[in-house]
Design a protein around this ligand. Structure first.
Ligand SMILES: [Zn+2]
Length: 110
């Protein structure tokens, strides 16, 4: 079953598991929970044609930037064991709810 998009958070390191950029790794720059999508640094570049706007000092031309990926196309890279993994959730003794790596059981959220 696909994990919910909320399993991945901003600044997580992820690996792409589907699509054109499968195998690439990067840091999550932004999560778009409503759409279940996220933007990963250096992944899924698209070319945008922009119009010049001298008032805003924007040059016209082609700009490459990251486009959002569907959250089901990425998996977390565990900061503890380095494996690509799914995350579980648990409550710590101090009451905090954290994500943990299903492979090494290490806590992902510090
Ligand atoms: Zn792990």
């Amino acid at each position: 079953m696909a994990q919910p998009a909320s399993a991945i958070k901003k600044n997580d390191n992820v690996v792409v598991i589907g699509g054109r950029d499968a195998g690439k790794r990067g840091r999550v720059l932004r999560v778009i929970p409503d759409k279940g999508r996220l933007i990963v640094e250096g992944v899924n570049f698209i070319k945008r044609h922009t119009k010049a706007n001298p008032q805003k000092n924007i040059k016209g031309g082609i700009v490459e930037r990251e486009a959002a990926l569907h959250a089901s196309n990425v998996q977390l890279v565990c900061p503890e064991c380095g494996a690509q993994t799914r995350v579980g959730r648990k409550r710590l003794e101090d009451g905090r709810r954290v994500r943990y790596c299903v492979k090494c059981k290490g806590v992902v959220d510090k």
